[in-house]
Design a protein around this ligand. Structure first.
Ligand code: GDG
Length: 486
């Protein structure tokens, strides 16, 4: 279905997401934009750099009230990145930041969509501000759009945007991509505003997901809540309702493979990876990097590490676990409490297990820069990617893309969307700490030829799916189908 289609003249692309890849210069308070870490921005940016287009989103600025927001929207808020992507920033008020972003997005939708129903908090005032921010983003986008524009809306923060765009009179193509899982119907149905969110998504011409399971959940849920005809057509499923057809598709995201390969071949990065290795002497190196999030399975992984040392006392003093935890959502109490738990667990395990000159866990609570991250990917014997639930997970693919040396093993959760794309990984159930410990031991014991064979298999798959091919797939198919159905 995916034929490569770069931005057609006359079809300008406008991307809209909650967060831009940078806090723009005006918002960061200096002339230098500050880079944000996250899977969405890392994948969409190279895709947009290749196609051309405008990216609208929150620029990191937080203002005291709506009057200040209006004044700010009247002023210049554009910025062009070194890669040639044009950004247009919109501010949030303090209340919106607290109730829309930290509240409804991160304390209701995020746990709900990752099946952590016990952590979900539903507050009407938070939903009201979700609706308000979605309306502002739709208005900012619409002011930039012409009749031939195509609008590509991203992720759970902006699920109302397609319907609001239609309500405001936009008739061009709208695509939506969900970067996280879509939960099973019985979980989604607990949401008091389920009809609003569903009608928000169904107003798009194309709604795309990382995985067949998420699309299945979406289609079944929509069928259960809205009168719809379900019409499969090729790789797509048409949801035909009273207001039109929305095409549900599966387009797993890829990464900027070339960039990781280029960095991994850079002599300075290689030299740095050798220094990392020599800092750990003869010890084997296990590596993980995640945003601080309860979905990423950080604590369970520590328990698996303890089990590893119980099961394999020969590894005591002979294996180091370097774990990078990128600060995230620290305004949300759940995340502050997770941070305290992670700190405590690292302290406890190092305190209980450490010996003269050896600590099992090397904990970094900060974002490494991209070159440093790749140097770690290259230095590791085994990467541990063990989320409890993850829409896709880019770290696994980045590790594989960086292993231009053809070596290295990957222990991967079966609950990451990427798991069935990486057949050479050691798949684990992250809740089964004994199983994870056994998989790590196996990864460490693997012969070089088995390791290289598995890595070669994974590299073929990772190289076949890039950020640019993902964007082409998302943007070519739903449009074609929508036109075909019209
Ligand atoms: C959401 C979905 C989906 C990590 N440590 C450092 C660092 N990172 C970067 C990685 C990677 C990104 O953060 C994390 O991406 P993930 O995909 O793993 O996770 P989320 O942020 O939760 O992303 C996810 C994704 O959207 C895309 O659709 O795959 O399932 O949850 O790119 O490189 N970056 C830097 N230093 C670090 O220490 N610079």
């Amino acid at each position: 279905m995916s034929s490569v289609q770069h931005a057609k003249p006359g079809e300008p692309l406008i991307v809209v997401s909650n967060r831009l890849p940078y806090n723009l210069p005006s918002a960061s308070g200096s002339g230098t934009p500050r880079r944000n870490v996250g899977g969405l921005v890392n994948a969409v940016e190279p895709a947009l750099a290749a196609r051309g287009g405008l990216w609208v989103g929150w620029d990191g600025s937080v203002l005291p009230n709506l009057a200040a927001v209006d004044a700010s929207l009247a002023g210049p808020r554009r910025w062009v990145s070194p890669e040639g992507v044009e950004f247009l920033g919109a501010p949030l008020t303090e209340r919106e930041l607290a109730r829309y972003y930290h509240g409804f997005c991160n304390a209701a939708l995020w746990p709900l969509f990752h099946d952590f129903i016990g952590k979900v908090r539903y507050l009407p005032e938070e939903y009201a501000l979700y609706e308000r921010v979605n309306r502002r983003m739709a208005e900012v986008v619409l002011a930039q759009a012409g009749p031939a524009s195509r609008i590509w809306v991203h992720d759970f923060h902006l699920m109302r945007v397609p319907a609001i765009l239609r309500e405001l009179g936009f008739r061009g193509l709208i695509n939506f991509f969900l970067h996280i899982p879509f939960p099973p119907g019985e979980i989604f149905r607990t949401l008091p505003w389920r009809d609003q969110l569903l009608s928000g998504l169904l107003a798009a011409d194309g709604v795309a997901f990382h995985h067949e399971r998420y699309r299945e959940n979406f289609v079944r849920t929509a069928q259960g809540l809205v009168p719809l005809d379900v019409v499969p057509l090729g790789k797509q499923i048409g949801l035909v309702g009273s207001t039109g057809t929305s095409w549900a598709s599966v387009s797993p995201i890829g990464i900027d493979v070339e960039d990781f390969e280029r960095l991994a071949g850079d002599p300075a990065v290689i030299a740095r990876s050798r220094r990392i290795r020599s800092a750990h002497g003869e010890r084997r190196l296990l590596f993980a990097a995640d945003r601080l999030d309860y979905t990423k399975g950080i604590r369970k992984r520590f328990h698996a590490l303890e089990r590893l040392f119980d099961l394999r006392p020969d590894l005591v003093g002979r294996a180091d676990f370097v774990t990078v935890v990128v600060p995230s959502r620290h305004q949300v109490e759940e995340y502050r409490s997770l941070k305290r738990d992670v700190d405590r667990e690292v302290g406890r395990i190092n305190g209980e297990r450490g010996e003269d000159g050896w600590l099992p866990i090397h904990y970094r609570y900060r974002a490494l820069d991209r070159r440093e991250l790749v140097a770690h990917y290259l230095a590791a014997d085994v990467a541990l990617v063990t989320p409890l639930r993850d829409g896709m997970n880019l770290v696994a693919s980045e590790f594989v893309a960086s292993r231009v040396d053809g070596d290295g093993a990957l222990v991967l959760s079966e609950f990451a969307g990427v798991s069935d794309r990486l057949p050479g990984a050691m798949l684990v159930n992250p809740y089964d700490v004994d199983g994870v410990a056994a998989a790590i031991a196996h990864a460490l014991d693997m012969s070089e030829s088995e390791r290289r064979g598995r890595m070669a298999q994974m590299r073929r798959r990772v190289r076949a799916l890039t950020a640019v091919s993902w964007a082409d797939d998302c943007l070519s198919s739903p449009g074609a189908c929508a036109e075909g159905a019209a």
